[in-house]
Design a binder for this molecule. Structure first.
Ligand code: SAM
Length: 224
């Protein structure tokens, strides 16, 4: 699969302003993130964690409160540089890596964290992503994902159609006015269940007005 250059460029250039998404002053939105943060604190207790597409390390920092160790990764050097500025409460190693070309050993992590990525994953890439996640997590380990529902995006909601793979395309603008068109898919709980349940047992699905999150265990251990 070809790397999606526009999304890589978009997040690289957005790195220094990215974390504003967590601090928009909408109390209910904030509450839903804080509730998920509590669930992440619980889920990560004493675990060895691999985080993919970590961005500025928002979830890394929360996970670090209780985790044993975290290996965290992103394709963007700018994002990793932002993440390195934070203080963590457990050992955290940063790796600059494409999540499709990960240099990590198979089945060696208790838990994988993947925040706000799934909505950007082209539909044609789901099987590849699911195989990647299933091959990296230890047998019996878990995968956590969070992503947003349309109200979380505030005013920045313009869809500009769909691509040939049926993915929703949205225009995004940085504070310097630069525009990007990126994939941003949305899901209902039913759609999530139907997409995820072939590859995973869904241990938990929380579907809020602003966010959804899941905890998954792979149905079959992939060894390739
Ligand atoms: C929406 S941000 C999510 C950041 C963080 N996980 C969070 O929840 O705040 C998406 C992240 O994916 C990263 N990314 C984009 N393409 C990637 C790829 N192929 N492999 C790894 N990370 C990628 C971007 O650099 C960006 O940091």
């Amino acid at each position: 699969m070809e790397e999606d250059k526009s999304i890589t460029a978009y997040y690289g250039q957005r790195a220094h302003e990215y974390e504003r998404i967590y601090f928009r002053e909408i109390p209910d939105r904030r509450r839903q993130i804080d509730e998920e943060a509590d669930r992440v604190r619980e889920l990560t207790k004493d675990k060895t964690i691999l985080e993919l597409a970590c961005g500025t390390g928002y979830w890394t920092q929360i996970a670090s409160e209780n985790a044993k160790s975290i290996l965290t990764s992103d394709i963007s050097a700018e994002m990793i540089a932002e993440a390195r500025k934070k203080e963590y409460h457990c050992p955290v190693e940063f790796v600059l890596a494409d999540l499709y070309r990960l240099p990590f050993p198979k089945h060696s992590f208790d838990l994988i964290l993947l925040g706000f990525w799934f909505s950007h994953e082209p539909k044609s890439g789901y099987d590849r992503l699911f195989n990647t996640l299933s091959s990296l997590v230890r047998i019996g380990g878990q995968i956590w994902m969070i992503d947003n529902n349309p109200p979380a995006e505030g005013a920045n909601v313009d869809s500009v159609g769909t691509d040939e793979g049926g993915n929703n395309l949205k225009k995004r603008q940085l504070s310097n006015g630069k525009e990007f068109v990126i994939i941003k898919n949305y899901f209902s709980p039913e759609l999530l269940r139907s997409i995820l349940s072939d590859a995973f047992t869904i241990e938990r699905l929380n579907f809020g007005s602003y966010y959804w999150s899941v905890v998954l265990t792979p149905k079959t251990a992939k060894t390739q």
